[in-house]
Design a protein around this ligand. Structure first.
Ligand code: ADP
Ligand code: MG
Length: 322
């Protein structure tokens, strides 16, 4: 007998994610009732994943559940917010129990890890489409934004951008990688990105601006600079590239993917010189995995410096000039 909408919600989503004392009323009524901590500001974000737009047809359901929440956690991380509650709007072509169990597992595991409660949602039939809305908190006035950077601030990125783009190519059979371990690493970076929530929280009061890298490091870093009313110069040789990516596509293409790949869900942020010492002390690189990649400057635009020459990068790759 096919699962009714009511049974589906009860079975897979009425008890998903963390139990939280601030959820007065969760899944089951017409709306959730939630208790905001006094002195806090609510930070809200929403992101949709559409099949064949954001993930290929046939992607593992566990990965889709993980990514739908991860991309939202990444937005809160970029704001320096502590995640608390999520809502899930799900359009499904069919009530496939195995698929739903896997999807729930991916969502639930990440939600538990970040103490996020699933407090409501909506379920309909249709082409596979997953929307998660997330809410979290910052102490009053403490949110990180894209706007506070100043010329001279140093620019950092977490993780090894570019891996996810190569993972997507593997998922789509557009890339083959000889070493099975490398292939696995790259595929996992696409399927199970790590939202940098702890780093975002640690950067409160230290970073002058922050953005999460979803559309390619250079573009997103350029958006941070633009919002801050300045430009940015990145250092080609300082770009962090994983051993797996380097082995899979070669040094030059690896750096190109690190700059333009997308779907990394790393944090890119600026730190003023006056805060650098405290930043390094509070956020040790060994623990948070960041690299210094450049600096903000008054001249507008985003450029990549390689030795004495300046490279311009488009989505097609590097164009040299100057
Ligand atoms: P309504 O008729 O009021 O729109 P629904 O039947 O859509 O209610 O949903 C019933 C309850 O189940 C609500 O509390 C809603 O938030 C929750 N819900 C529905 N779909 C989901 C889902 N995919 N994930 C989490 N909660 C859901
Ligand atoms: Mg409804």
């Amino acid at each position: 007998m096919p699962l009714s909408e009511f049974d589906l919600i009860r079975r897979f989503f009425s008890d998903c994610g963390a139990q939280r004392a601030d959820v007065v009323l969760g899944v089951g009524d017409d709306g959730a009732v939630l208790e905001c901590p006094p002195g806090s500001q609510l930070v809200a974000a929403i992101d949709t994943l559409v099949e064949e737009v954001h993930f290929p047809k046939g992607s593992p359901a566990r990965s889709i559940g993980h990514r739908a929440l991860a991309v939202n956690l990444s937005d809160l991380a970029a704001m320096g917010a502590k995640p608390a509650w999520a809502l899930l709007a799900l359009a499904l072509p069919a009530a496939d129990e195995d698929w739903l169990a896997q999807f729930r597992q991916g969502l639930d595991a990440l939600a538990q890890q970040h103490e996020v409660a699933l407090v409501g949602g909506d379920t309909t039939g249709g082409k596979l489409c997953v929307t998660v809305q997330i809410m979290g908190f910052v102490p009053h006035g403490a949110a990180l934004t894209r706007r506070g950077g100043q010329p001279g601030d140093e620019v950092f990125v977490s993780g090894t951008p570019g891996d996810s783009a190569a993972g997507l190519m593997l998922e789509q059979s557009r890339l083959s990688v000889a070493d099975a371990g490398h292939a696995q690493w790259l595929l996992e970076r696409f399927r199970y990105p790590t939202p940098r929530v702890a780093l975002g929280l640690a950067l409160r009061g230290l970073a002058s601006a922050c953005i999460d890298v979803s559309d390619g490091l250079l573009g997103d870093c350029g958006r941070l600079a633009e919002a801050s009313g300045c430009g940015v110069s990145l250092d080609y040789d300082s770009l962090p590239v994983s051993a797996a990516l380097r082995a899979a596509v070669g040094e030059e293409r690896a750096r190109e993917l690190a700059l333009t790949g997308g779907e990394d869900y790393e944090l890119c942020f600026s730190v003023p010189a006056a805060q650098l010492e405290q930043f390094v002390a509070r956020c040790p690189a060994a623990q948070f995995g960041w690299s210094r990649i450049g600096a903000l400057r008054s001249q507008r635009g985003a450029v990549v410096q390689r030795g004495a020459s300046v490279m311009q990068v488009s989505h097609r790759g590097f164009d040299h000039f100057g």
